[in-house]
Design a protein around this ligand. Sequence first.
Ligand SMILES: Cc1ncc(COP(=O)(O)O)c(C=O)c1O
Length: 401
Amino acid sequence: MPDTPRFNARVDRMQPSATLAMKSRASALRREGHPVVALSAGEPDFDTPAAISNAGIQAIEEGFTNYTENPGMQSLRETISDKFERDNGLSYSPEQILCSNGAKQSIALAIHVLCDAGDEVLIPAPYWVSYPEMTRFAGATPRVVSTTPEQQYRLTPEQLDNAITEDTRLLILCSPSNPTGSVYTRAELEALAEVLRANDHVYVLSDEIYEHVVFDAEHIAVAGLPGLYDRTITINGFSKAFAMTGWRLGYMAGPEPIVSAAGKVQGQLTSAPSSISQRAGQAALTMDMQPVYDMVAAFNERRDYVLSRLNDLDGITCPTPEGAFYLFPDVSDLFEQTAPDGTPIESSNDLCMYLLEQHHVALVPGEAFGDPNGLRISYASSMEDLETALDRIATGVEALS
Ligand SMILES: Cc1ncc(COP(=O)(O)O)c(C=O)c1O
């Protein structure tokens, strides 16, 4: 066996993705013949709408299979520019838009371009798993600010004000949120914007990838808040609302110098996203949105179902999520209990492992999202699977003593 090679120190500092780890354990159990229901994935269970797939097929049939311009096709960036005007009342020229291989790449590029050693990145928890790891990989320092279910997992202006230091370079906001489903109101965002206006050394990365997946709430674009346009990088993508996870297409929009620096890095690392996906993405932004509305209606129905089942269980409290397709219940009242076989449940990780190994439901422990009191349930699964999973969770939780 060769020795483990020496790695770049920034690679050693990164944690592997916990959501992917849970997925692989669930797959291993399935291979052993256990009927695992996985509510751990962060992707819609729907097919990509036909109008989008057909545009991709047409691109292949027309031989539209070459490299495109590095920042993405001009026509796609013009379409994205129109989308910002139409949906968010924001004016971005195509030069202020960079298309990448998924929003994940867009976020990584933005963090790398803006943040250096010594810079701090404010990340409200529960957070999307990759923000702190991308920050570490850039050599900067994540500063986590914890939020609670009582505050609907939303950062308050007081918390923001207390957390900002002279080293703060970037604040990451994600609304609607993965993993909590929480959606900031306009008044809440305006209060945060007021704090940011008083701290003009802080940039904002606003991850709006769940923009269209909202139920009883309105999505507000952070870049449109007074004073924030010139220092907000808006991230969006196609994976969630358009069920296009495998197409790998996302984008950033923001001040031109930042976007063009990110484009320079992209040009050396990956080049533009797939030409075929770009054609498909263009169709997504110009098609009749009915398939998206139908998916959102299905998510809404599932959220109501899962929430009502969770609320029937002792020891679990869950704020009502208003968007995305996740719930993030607080399960800390179940800690210090014991499974029927004597397994102690001392953490969210223990609870998730118990539910996976003994009841065959895959969830993701809150530790991965910076909140050890919670766990994430994705309801991007069929109603049938959700019913089975909730029956099993109920049996598992009720068996604890
Ligand atoms: C909050 C958030 N941002 C970004 C992404 C990345 O999406 P993409 O598939 O476009 O890379 C995800 C995917 O899970 C996400 O949940």
